[in-house]
Design a protein around this ligand. Structure first.
Ligand SMILES: Nc1nc2c(c(=O)[nH]1)N[C@H]1C(S)=C(S)[C@@H](COP(=O)(O)O)O[C@H]1N2
Ligand SMILES: [Mo]
Length: 323
């Protein structure tokens, strides 16, 4: 399908969402005319349509406490350069393949060490607290980063409703693992289902966002529709996508990345320029879509720039040991 993809916008532009949208509408029209003329099969045409499916708006109030001076990463990069190994390991795979993900009906189960275990239908869950737009830095362990306008509400809003018991210490997140919808599940690259975890105080931190959308729209499947976690002071892999279960536990959750390569992916995974990955430095990062293909590297900030907010969570801890 790559040959059918229309190169939408040169990466040399930082494109505001509405400008992008206007062009995309134009190109979608142009694309369908071209398809009709070339007599492509219906399934091919459908597939192309799915890749450019019209976005569903999601209203949210921008929260000025989480605005950034940095330019948001262009929509096409946020939604076209992804890690979502359930759909393949190439950065372009999720955008090409994740349209097979069925996001309705969808339920999120919250269980374990809680006073009131609850299962939410996604359309009810999204209404339990006011949706906010928050612009966060997003840093992958691989050394690239983005700036993303997410939409969601603090995970604490949900945890408050189920009421963790006194012995709850950790929160475990489980992503969907359905081979029928997710072609990458057949591969052994990771331990499925994708699992991640946080300490309870990290999960309750106001920065930790239960996320339903980005750029004023519901999450595209490749970004973890219909609901994911975003933990902006940690490497991106802590932010589990397309989650179906949240469990409160008293034992440190075993995470997929920790099981696959424990020496490389610790439980904490805090963004820390002073602690190298065993195979590379974490001192700098490359901002995706920042003008040129080889954007100059910039310095990575302690806790991804959120040190003032989260530093005290780790007071007295040896961050080389708890990496
Ligand atoms: N279920 C699931 N969640 C996942 C991943 C994944 O492969 N599967 N990749 C992680 C990694 S490594 C990163 S960097 C972020 C990427 O999120 P984005 O594609 O929205 O930028 O998702 C994280 N969440
Ligand atoms: Mo990542």
């Amino acid at each position: 399908m790559r040959s059918l993809r229309i190169p939408l916008i040169p990466s040399s532009e930082i494109t505001p969402r509405h400008v992008f949208e206007a062009r995309r509408g134009f190109l979608r029209q142009a694309g369908s005319v071209a398809l009709a003329a070339s007599g492509l099969t219906a399934s091919l045409a459908q597939r192309t349509q799915a890749e450019t499916a019209p976005a569903v708006k999601l209203a949210a109030k921008p929260n000025p406490a989480y605005a950034l001076a940095e330019q948001p990463t262009p929509y096409k990069d946020v939604t076209g350069y992804n890690n979502f190994y359930e759909f393949g390991t190439d950065k372009r795979d999720p955008a090409e393949r994740a349209h097979t993900l069925k996001t309705r009906p969808w339920t999120l189960q919250v269980d374990g060490l809680v006073k009131t275990p609850m299962t939410f239908a996604i359309d009810d869950l999204i209404k339990i607290a006011p949706l906010e737009e928050r612009v966060y830095r997003h840093r992958c362990v691989e050394g690239w980063s983005m700036v993303v306008p997410w939409i969601g509400f603090p995970l604490a809003e949900l945890l408050q409703r189920v009421g963790p018991t006194g012995d709850a210490k950790y929160v475990e997140f489980t992503s969907l693992a359905d081979q029928k919808q997710m072609p990458g599940i057949g591969s052994g690259v990771l331990d499925w289902p994708y699992r991640e975890g946080l300490r309870l105080d990290e999960a309750n931190h106001p920065l930790t966002l239960l996320t339903f959308g980005l750029y004023g729209e519901v999450l595209p499947p490749q970004n973890g529709a219909p609901v994911r976690i975003v933990v902006p002071w940690k490497y991106g892999f802590k932010s589990a996508k397309s989650i179906v279960k949240i469990s409160l536990t008293n034992r440190l959750p075993l995470t997929s990345w920790n099981r696959t390569a424990p020496e490389e992916y610790g439980f904490y995974s805090n963004v820390n320029p002073n602690v190298d990955h065993p195979r590379w430095s974490q001192a700098t990062e490359r901002r995706i879509g920042a003008g040129t293909l080889f954007a100059p590297k910039q310095k990575t900030l302690m806790f991804n720039g959120y040190e003032a907010q989260v530093g005290q969570l780790y007071a007295g801890m040896d961050l080389r040991k708890f990496f």
